[in-house]
Design a protein around this ligand. Structure first.
Ligand code: GAL
Length: 411
C-alpha cells in the first residue's frame, strides 16, 4: 500500500514537472474572431494548469497581417511554438518546402488520426504520405448570407445563379437599395471572385485551373472575370475600408441584401451577435455553386526549433481530439475535421454544413490556402485590385496566367 502511494506521488511529480512551462500559439483569431480559440485554450489550461499560455494574435481577416509577421519570425529564427496555417498549399508550398516544419507522422499514428480525418483532408495536409499540420476544422467559403426579414420586405428571394443575381440586383436598386451586395477589403473581394468563378466555370473547371489543365486566358475564365465585374457593380463603393465583420454587419442592419463570405460569418452572427440561424441570419450556397462545397481548413503545425516542443505537441493533440474540435467548432461556425464529431453540439447552420460536406462535390479555396501556393495568392490581390479599377477582363486573365506559370501551378 505504502509502495503504491509512493509510486503515485512520484508519478504526480513527474506529470506536473513535464507539464510545467510555456506555450505560445500564434493565429489571427483576435477580438470578434476569438471565442472559439479561447474555448480551446481554456480546455488546454484545465488539462495543463501549470503551463502559461501566450495566446499571441495578429488581427486581420484571412491572416493577411499575421502571415507577414509569421514570416519575419520564421526567417528570424524565433518561430512560435505552434501557428495557424491553412491546410494545403499555403503551408506546404512555403514552410514545408523550406524545410521549416516537423513531420507529424508519429503523432498522427499515436493519436489515431490516420483514421479520424477524411482521406481527402489527409491528402491535402500531406506530401509523400507525411502530414505537416493538424486540421482543427473545415470551413466553407461559398456561402451567401442574407437577412431573411429584409429579403421578405423587399420581396426578393435568394438568387440561384449569377445572372439571376444580377437581375435581383437591378430590382433592389430600383427599390432604393444602393448597394445590394456588400464587400469589404481586398481579400474579401478575392473571396467573392472565387465564388463567382466557381459559379460560372463549374467545380470541374475550377479543379482544372489549379491542375494547370485550364488556362486563365481561356475564354471561360475571361468571361468569369467579366461577370465578377458586373457583380462588383452591385456592391458598395467604400469596400476597401471595411473588415469582413463590418461587411457582415451591413447585411444584418439591412443596408445591403447579400454578402458572400466563409462560414466564420455564421460564428460571428451566432456567437458574437447572438442571432438565431434562419431568423436572425439566413444562408444559401453562393449562386451557381449548389451542391459544391468550397472547403478550407484551419490547421496548426509544429515549426522546427519550437522552444516549447512538448507543450506544443500537447496543444496539437488537443486540437485534433474530438473534445477539442467539438468545443471549438460550434462557436467558430465551422464543422469538425474529424468524422466522429457530435452534431448535437452544433446549431442548424453547422448541421446543414455537415450534411453538405458529406454529400456535395468538394473543391478547395484559393483565398484560404487550399489550392495554390502563397506566391500566387499574395500577388493575386493586386490582380483583383487592378481589375476592380480597370475592368479589363482579358488583361486580368493574362496577369493571373503569368502568376500561375511563375508559381508552378500544374507542375
Ligand atoms: C480564414 C480562416 C477563418 C477565419 C477567416 C476570417 O482564412 O480560415 O478561420 O479566420 O479567415 O479571418
Amino acid at each position: 500500500m505504502k509502495k503504491a502511494l509512493l509510486l503515485a506521488a512520484a508519478l504526480a511529480v513527474t506529470t506536473s514537472a513535464s507539464a510545467a512551462g510555456k506555450l505560445e500559439i500564434f493565429s489571427w483569431w483576435s477580438g470578434d474572431e476569438g471565442p472559439a480559440l479561447e474555448a480551446l485554450v481554456k480546455l488546454y489550461k484545465a488539462k495543463y494548469p501549470t503551463v502559461a499560455v501566450d495566446n499571441a494574435t495578429v488581427s486581420g481577416g484571412a491572416g493577411t497581417n499575421a502571415k507577414a509577421v509569421l514570416k519575419t519570425r520564421m526567417l528570424g529564427g524565433t518561430p512560435p511554438d505552434s501557428f495557424q496555417a491553412h491546410a494545403g498549399q499555403e503551408l506546404i508550398g512555403t514552410w514545408v518546402v523550406a524545410g521549416r516544419m516537423e513531420d507529424l507522422s508519429s503523432l498522427f499514428k499515436s493519436e489515431g488520426w490516420d483514421k479520424a480525418f477524411p482521406k481527402d483532408l489527409l491528402n491535402l495536409i500531406s506530401t509523400n504520405g507525411k502530414p505537416w499540420s493538424v486540421p482543427v476544422n473545415v470551413h466553407r467559403s461559398n456561402v451567401m448570407w442574407y437577412n431573411p426579414a429584409k429579403l421578405k420586405a423587399w420581396g426578393v428571394t435568394v438568387p440561384k445563379t449569377w445572372p439571376e443575381f444580377l437581375k435581383t440586383c437591378t430590382t433592389l436598386k430600383a427599390k432604393g437599395v444602393a448597394a445590394p451586395l456588400v464587400v469589404g477589403e481586398n481579400w474579401t473581394q478575392q473571396h467573392l471572385w472565387e465564388s463567382v468563378m466557381i459559379g460560372t466555370l463549374g467545380a470541374a473547371n475550377w479543379e482544372n485551373l489549379w491542375a494547370g489543365k485550364l488556362k486563365f486566358t481561356d475564354p471561360k475564365v475571361v468571361a468569369g472575370f467579366t461577370t465578377f465585374g458586373k457583380v462588383m457593380d452591385c456592391a458598395n463603393k467604400d469596400a476597401s475600408g471595411l473588415s469582413w465583420q463590418q461587411a457582415s454587419d451591413r447585411v444584418i442592419d439591412g443596408t445591403s441584401a447579400f454578402n458572400v463570405m466563409g462560414d466564420w460569418a455564421a460564428g460571428y452572427f451566432a456567437t458574437t451577435k447572438k442571432l438565431a440561424p434562419n431568423t436572425g441570419f439566413g444562408w444559401a450556397p453562393a449562386p451557381g455553386t449548389t451542391k459544391t462545397f468550397v472547403m478550407l481548413a484551419d490547421s496548426f503545425g509544429l515549426p522546427k526549433g519550437a522552444k516549447n516542443r512538448t507543450e506544443a505537441i500537447n496543444w496539437l493533440k488537443l486540437m485534433g481530439s474530438k473534445a477539442g474540435q467539438d468545443a471549438f467548432n460550434p462557436l467558430k461556425g465551422s464543422i469538425a475535421a474529424r468524422t466522429d464529431s457530435d452534431l448535437s453540439k452544433y446549431n442548424t447552420y453547422g448541421k446543414s454544413a455537415a450534411a453538405d460536406w458529406k454529400s456535395n462535390k468538394i473543391v478547395g479555396s484559393l483565398v484560404h490556402g487550399a489550392v495554390a501556393p502563397e506566391s500566387f495568392m499574395s500577388a493575386f490581390g493586386a490582380v483583383i485590385d487592378q481589375y476592380v479599377s480597370s475592368r479589363n477582363s482579358a488583361g486580368a486573365a493574362a496577369a493571373a496566367q503569368q502568376l500561375a506559370v511563375r508559381a508552378g501551378i500544374g507542375k
